[in-house]
Design a protein around this ligand. Structure first.
Ligand code: TD4
Ligand code: CA
Ligand code: ZN
Length: 314
């Protein structure tokens, strides 16, 4: 079923200490694979779209894109026996956030985390006022998404990662429903130069202070088996590194409830698409080439649902 407000899914996850996967889509193929996986795992799932996805789906018109994506998600959620929510990921522009709200999204993220703290508070509070009037929930981010490198100084860390002492003030002033604390992850396939490592002390403090559902961005594991397969069939991806499963499990244990994944789906899709193109050079039907790529996404999503602990929590 389509969930009108993402809060329903995440409050339950928060109360019962498990994580829910939030997976990015831009098109029909990724959506179908994600929903199939969640149904098979009997798990709640959050589908999310970036601002870029709205422009892509609308062929340059983000309002149209928001409507196209929302229609598509609602149509597949309608007869799925699991809760499916639709979330706007990293809304930087209030116009884009408004388009998502008007299209019927279940929640929005307003990401003013690159702005000075006071401005982040002001913009976030304004979005919360509008979103709550429409009965949907809001995610915001504190700190910036950068990998922790072992040699980074304490001063540098303080400048980029979440400041837990800000969290209470931020939540009170803005009324946000979910918080994404920056604890050392980053977007993409190259998250760590050395060993993967997150700042769990900051995470524990933020959870203790806010007690609200928390979000982990840049959570892709960057599975070596798919990177290797992509490279075998012509890709050149070197030095890729993500967040291993044991660190994801630990993050959930310390209070993360929403886990954002895009890169893992992209890599799995492309590895299998490359293989299909190589294996079947006379194939001219894209649907046949997409099939194994969609199956790879489904497998990745199912595996992550198990890791996060939301299997059977529908
Ligand atoms: O928020 N995300 C997903 C970011 C999606 C970016 O989309 P555009 O290219 O359209 O801007 C995450 O936190 C997931 O991060 P990861 O890279 O680890 O999957
Ligand atoms: Ca940010
Ligand atoms: Zn993110």
């Amino acid at each position: 079923m389509y969930v009108k407000n993402t809060k329903e899914i995440l409050d339950k996850a928060n109360a019962n200490y498990y994580g829910v996967g939030a997976f990015n889509i831009n098109n029909l193929e990724f959506l179908q694979a994600i929903i199939d996986a969640a149904i098979e795992k009997r798990a709640p799932v959050i589908v999310e779209t970036s601002e870029g996805a709205m422009f892509y789906a609308g062929n340059g018109d983000f309002r149209k894109g928001a409507r196209v994506l929302a229609e598509m998600v609602m149509e597949f959620a309608k007869d799925a026996p699991i809760p499916v929510a639709l979330h706007l990921d990293h809304g930087h522009d209030v116009e884009h956030v408004m388009a998502a709200i008007q299209a019927g999204y279940s929640s929005v993220m307003i990401d003013a985390s690159a702005k000075p703290y006071k401005e982040n508070v002001k913009i976030t509070a304004e979005v919360v006022r509008i979103a709550h009037a429409a009965n949907i929930s809001v995610e915001a981010e504190l700190g910036r998404l950068v990998g922790i490198e072992d040699n980074v100084s304490v001063l540098e860390r303080d400048a980029t990662l979440v400041d837990p002492s800000e969290a209470k003030d931020f939540v009170e002033r803005t009324g946000v429903d979910f918080l994404a604390p920056a604890i050392g992850t980053s977007h993409g396939a190259f998250k760590f130069k050395g060993e993967a490592k997150l700042d769990f002390d900051r995470l524990k403090k933020v959870k203790e202070i806010t007690k609200m559902p928390l979000v982990l961005h840049g959570a892709s594991t960057v599975l070596p088996r798919y990177v290797e397969k992509a490279n075998k069939y012509g890709a050149k991806i070197e030095g890729a590194k993500g967040v291993p499963y044991n660190i994801l499990r630990e993050s959930v244990k310390y209070g993360i409830n929403k886990i954002n994944t895009d890169t893992d789906l992209r890599v799995a899709f492309l590895a299998e698409l490359r293989k299909a193109l190589y294996d079947d050079v006379s194939q001219i039907d894209p649907r046949k080439l997409f099939k194994p790529a969609m199956k790879a996404i489904k497998e990745v999503v199912m595996e992550r649902i198990d890791v996060l602990g939301s299997t059977g929590k529908y």
